[in-house]
Design a protein around this ligand. Structure first.
Ligand code: UDP
Length: 324
């Protein structure tokens, strides 16, 4: 079984590639390195540099390799940027994914795992959020992800290509040895920002609003360890291979933590004082996003292994000695 991983040099993709190699799977990574890092991959990996917007570049690998499955991470993933530059997102995410999905169907790929997002739910009415919650995305990034889910659904109906759309909550943490981790520039995500403040690389953390309807007034998110996500991707692949059915599923821990809780846990774990300042709300931030992960547990036999402390301490280990 050979697996094509697009975006395998990115944050979540590289952790998944490591998990596949640890499980003795055959992997080919396809990445344009626009946001990923070649250093996050082992030297001996089969790596193809190329762009989904240039179908010729990946047609070549379909002729070189016989894949059983594709796991598709490659995408732009900054909400704020998608609001300011929607054309980048519709082109890179939707057109790029469409090119890949079309080539996958033409090449008889049977299993397609797709990185989706809990932000497809927009401002959900029910917490925790189950897959029954209607998808109603409120920013271009999330809209592109839902469009791709819809394309996959139609290709499934027309050509029988099974897919798993994995709707992640907040991916966080790092590989436990500190060799790979989150490395974005600029860095929009809370935990790296908090840890970079602990390291003195930033002066303070700006808390985006403390007037939400939550216990301490700050937003609550469901932070899930990137290794738990990697494990769920492999389980989703196995599900597709065995069950020969498609699947849309949430990946979260079912536990929420506020921005203030992230800061105070990080202070405890790092032993550093982390200065913060309240600023205005960030546009498009719902107060609470927490997963109902029953479906993932039941269908994939998956459950998250890591808690918030594991997430922050592994991320701390990575950020302290960050290699790239
Ligand atoms: N957040 C914050 N300050 C920051 C970055 C993020 O208060 O500098 C908050 C943000 O409003 C959200 C939570 O932290 O409630 C997680 O944000 P992040 O960007 O990490 O992930 P998102 O939930 O947007 O996917």
């Amino acid at each position: 079984m050979k697996i094509l991983v697009t975006g395998g040099a990115g944050y979540i993709g590289s952790h998944f590639v490591k998990h596949l190699l640890d499980n003795n799977k055959e992997v080919v990574v396809f990445d344009n390195l626009s946001r990923g890092h070649k250093e996050s991959l082992p030297e001996k990996i089969f790596f193809e540099e190329g762009d989904l917007l240039n179908p010729e570049s990946f047609k070549k690998i379909f002729s070189k390799h016989k894949f059983d499955s594709i796991v598709h991470f490659a995408a732009f993933a900054y909400v704020g940027e998608s609001v300011e530059r929607p054309e980048m997102y519709y082109e890179n995410n939707v057109v790029g994914s469409f090119n890949l999905i079309k080539a996958a169907a033409e090449n008889g790929i049977k299993n397609f795992v797709f990185s989706s997002t809990c932000s497809v739910y927009g401002n959900p009415e029910n917490i925790p959020i189950s897959e029954a919650e209607p998808a109603d995305p409120i920013n271009p990034y999330a809209k592109t992800k839902l469009m791709i889910e819809n394309i996959l659904e139609d290709f499934h109906s027309a050509y029988g290509m099974n897919y798993a759309a994995l709707r992640y909550f907040n991916a966080a943490g790092a590989e436990l040895m500190g060799n790979i981790g989150e490395s974005h520039d600029p860095e929009p995500h809370l935990i790296p920002i908090v840890l970079n403040t602990a390291l003195g690389k930033r002066e303070k953390v700006f808390i985006f609003g403390d007037d939400y309807d939550t216990e301490d007034g700050t937003c609550i998110r469901d932070y899930i360890h990137v290794n738990d996500l990697a494990d769920a991707h492999l389980k989703a692949l196995t599900y597709l291979q065995k069950e020969k059915k498609s699947l849309v599923v949430n990946l979260g821990t079912g536990t929420g933590n506020s921005v203030r809780e992230i800061i105070s846990s990080s202070e405890k774990i790092t032993g550093k004082n982390i200065t913060s300042e309240i600023t205005s709300r960030r546009k498009g931030d719902p107060a609470i996003l927490v997963a109902d992960n029953k479906k993932a547990k039941e269908t994939l036999g998956w459950s998250p292994e890591y808690n918030l402390e594991d997430i922050i301490s592994s991320a701390w280990n990575w950020h302290k000695n960050k290699k790239f």
